[in-house]
Design a protein around this ligand. Structure first.
Ligand code: ZN
Length: 132
């Protein structure tokens, strides 16, 4: 079970929660036990799991990444978005989430986030659900 999803990002750096989208697809799949893989096929975007209860956490993550890898710096990449490539590596391109009793095994405070680092633009991510 595999599906491609589109997502519209609104800022250069935009961290968007996609937990409900992942849950929606899992319901369609009707898988009780297995693994859910979320994958981003981009070199300047990423994925992460972290707190979704307090929006200040994501705000702080965004600000920290901006300070850690500034947009303007001593980069060679002529396209001008080296910062976005580096942030994509830091967050990673895929997530693996166990499925148990028809639910994602996320902790109480965990949410799944799409991380845009060179927006705004139209992006996509894939979800693959494996039964087992
Ligand atoms: Zn580039």
């Amino acid at each position: 079970m595999f599906k491609t999803f589109s997502i519209r990002t609104n800022y250069r750096t935009d961290l968007i929660e996609i937990t409900d989208t992942v849950y929606g697809f899992l319901k369609e799949c009707k898988v009780q036990e297995g693994i859910c893989v979320v994958y981003v096929p981009h070199t300047t975007a990423g994925l992460f799991i972290n707190e979704n209860a307090d929006p200040d956490v994501v705000f702080d993550v965004k600000n920290f990444l901006e300070r850690l890898v500034p947009w303007v710096g001593d980069y060679r990449h002529t396209e001008g978005n080296a910062s976005a490539h580096i942030k994509s590596i830091l967050t990673g391109n895929s997530l693996t989430i166990p499925i148990q009793n028809g639910r994602l095994s996320l902790g109480r405070w965990q949410g799944i986030f799409f991380a845009e680092f060179d927006g705004p633009r139209e992006r996509k991510f894939y979800i693959k659900v494996l039964k087992g």
